[in-house]
Design a protein around this ligand. Structure first.
Ligand code: NAD
Ligand code: MG
Length: 393
C-alpha cells in the first residue's frame, strides 16, 4: 500500500491523479488532499477518498469545509495555510507526494517533500525552474525518488537507460528532443496574435489543462519552462535540448543516442498515463487511457519552432544560459504577465514584452539557498507589476 499526499488535488493534474488512484484501491490510500480555495470540489473528494487531512490555503474556505465535513459526519481534519501544506508533505505516514499545485506557490511544499525524502511525482515544473539546484540538492541529500509527471519529461525518463545517473556522455545520449504541440496559435500570424483573447489562448487543441499552463502553451513559454525543467532533471545543457513542434501530441518526447538510435514514447495525450507510470514505477498499472490507434493517428508531423512569433521560448533558453536567479525571474514575470493577460489588462504579445523588460531590469544573482530564490521571485513580481502598467491596454 502506498500512502499519498496530493498537492493541488482540485486541479487538472490533481483530479486525473485521483481518477487513477480510484482504479486501484488495493494499492493507494490518500492521506492528504490540498487546494487553494475550491471548497465544493475538495469536499466531494473528501467524501469519496476519506483522507486524514484536507488543507486549504485560504482560511475562510477551510472553516467552510470544516463545517461541511462535520455535518456529513466525516473525520477528515481540516488545516489551512502554507505551513500546513508543507506539514502534510512531511508526515511520517506519507510515502509519496504528488506535486500538482500550479506556479511558484508549489515550491515550498514540494521542497519540504524533498527534504523529507518522500517519493515525489513532480508536475509543478515551476519548482525546478525557480530553484533547480536547491531542489535537486535536496532530492540527492535525502535520497528522494523523483519521477517527472510532465508528459515530455516522463517520456524522456522512459526513453533514457534505466540506470541513467545524469551523465549523457557515458550513457551514449547525444540530444533530447522535446516535443511541443505548438498550441492553439501554431499557425496564427504575428499580426493576429496581437488580438487573441484569453479564451482563445486557453482552447488547447490536444490537452485539457488549467488556465495558466494553457496560456503558457499558447505563448510557448510552457516549452521554455520545460527546457529548463529538462536541464535540471537530466543534467543536459541548453544546447543539447532541441524543441520539435509536433502538432499531433502523440510522441511525447524523444532521446537521441550517438549510434543513430532515437527512442520515443508515444500515447494518447492524457496525463493519466504519466501519472500512472509515476505512481506505480517501476511497475505498470492501468490508467484508464484508451490504447493508441496508429491507424487513426495516420500521420505525424514535425517542424522547427518559430522564435519570432513565440519570443517566450527564446527568453527561456536565454534565462537558462544566464543561470543563477534568471530562471526564477523569468518564471515570476511570466506568472504576473499571464495573470494580467487573463484579466484582459495586457495583450497576448505583451506577455513576452513584460518578461523581457523584467529580465533586462534585474541583475542576475547567484542562487545558493531558498531565500535567494524567494527574494528574486518577489522582486521580479514587483518589477513585473510596473511593467504590466507600462504595457496595459
Ligand atoms: P490547475 O490550475 O488545474 O490546478 C492547480 C491546483 O493548485 C488546484 O488544486 C489549486 O487549488 C491549487 N492551487 C492554486 N494556487 C494555489 C496556491 N497559491 N496555494 C496552494 N494551492 C494552490 O493546474 P494544473 O493544470 O493541474 O497544473 C498543475 C501543475 O502541473 C502546474 O505546475 C503545471 O505546469 C503542471 N502540469 C500540468 C499539466 C496538465 O495537463 N494540466 C501537464 C504538465 C504539467
Ligand atoms: Mg508538458
Amino acid at each position: 500500500m502506498q500512502f499519498l499526499t496530493i498537492l493541488g488535488s482540485t486541479g487538472s493534474i490533481g483530479t486525473s491523479t485521483l481518477d487513477v488512484v480510484s482504479r486501484h484501491p488495493d494499492r493507494y490510500r490518500v492521506v492528504a488532499l490540498t487546494a487553494n480555495k475550491q471548497v465544493d470540489l475538495l469536499y466531494r473528494q473528501c467524501v469519496e477518498f476519506k483522507p486524514v487531512y484536507a488543507v486549504l490555503l485560504d482560511e475562510a474556505a477551510a472553516l467552510q469545509l470544516s463545517a461541511m465535513l462535520a455535518q456529513a459526519g466525516l473525520k477528515t481534519q481540516v488545516l489551512c495555510g502554507l505551513d500546513a501544506l508543507e506539514g502534510v508533505c512531511t508526515l511520517p505516514e506519507v510515502d509519496t507526494v504528488m506535486a500538482a499545485i500550479v506556479g511558484a506557490a508549489g515550491l515550498r511544499p514540494t521542497l519540504a517533500a524533498a527534504h523529507a525524502g518522500k517519493k515525489i511525482l513532480l508536475a509543478n515544473k515551476e519548482t525546478l525552474v525557480m530553484a533547480g539546484n536547491v531542489f535537486m540538492d535536496a532530492v540527492r541529500a535525502s535520497g528522494s525518488a523523483l519521477l517527472p509527471i510532465d508528459s515530455e519529461h516522463n517520456a524522456i525518463f522512459q526513453a533514457l537507460p534505466h540506470d541513467y545517473r545524469g551523465d549523457m556522455e557515458s550513457s551514449g545520449v547525444s540530444r533530447i528532443l522535446l516535443t511541443a504541440s505548438g498550441g492553439p496559435f501554431r499557425k496564427t500570424s504575428f499580426e493576429d496574435l496581437q488580438r487573441v483573447t484569453p479564451d482563445e489562448a486557453c482552447a488547447h487543441p490536444n490537452w485539457s489543462m488549467g488556465r495558466k499552463i494553457s496560456v503558457d502553451s499558447a505563448s510557448m513559454m510552457n516549452k521554455g519552462l520545460e527546457v529548463i525543467e529538462a536541464h535540471w532533471l537530466f543534467n543536459v545543457a541548453a544546447e543539447n535540448i532541441q524543441v520539435v513542434v509536433h502538432p499531433q501530441s502523440v510522441i511525447h518526447s524523444l532521446v537521441q543516442y550517438i549510434d543513430g538510435s532515437v527512442i520515443a514514447q508515444l500515447g494518447n495525450p492524457d496525463m493519466r498515463t504519466p501519472i500512472a507510470y509515476g505512481l506505480a514505477y517501476p511497475e505498470r498499472i492501468a490508467s484508464g487511457v484508451a490504447s493508441l490507434d496508429l491507424f487513426k493517428v495516420a500521420r505525424l508531423d514535425f517542424a522547427e519552432p518559430d522564435f519570432e512569433r513565440f519570443p517566450c521560448l527564446a527568453l527561456a533558453y536565454d534565462a537558462l544560459k544566464a543561470a543563477g536567479t534568471a530562471p526564477a525571474v523569468l518564471n515570476a514575470a511570466n506568472e504576473v504577465a499571464v495573470a494580467a493577460f487573463l484579466n484582459r489588462e495586457i495583450s497576448f504579445l505583451s506577455i513576452a514584452r513584460v518578461i523581457e523588460s523584467v529580465l533586462e531590469l534585474l541583475p542576475v544573482e547567484n542562487v545558493t539557498c531558498l531565500e535567494d530564490v524567494l527574494e528574486a521571485d518577489a522582486s521580479a513580481r514587483r518589477t513585473a507589476i510596473q511593467q504590466v502598467m507600462r504595457f496595459s491596454l
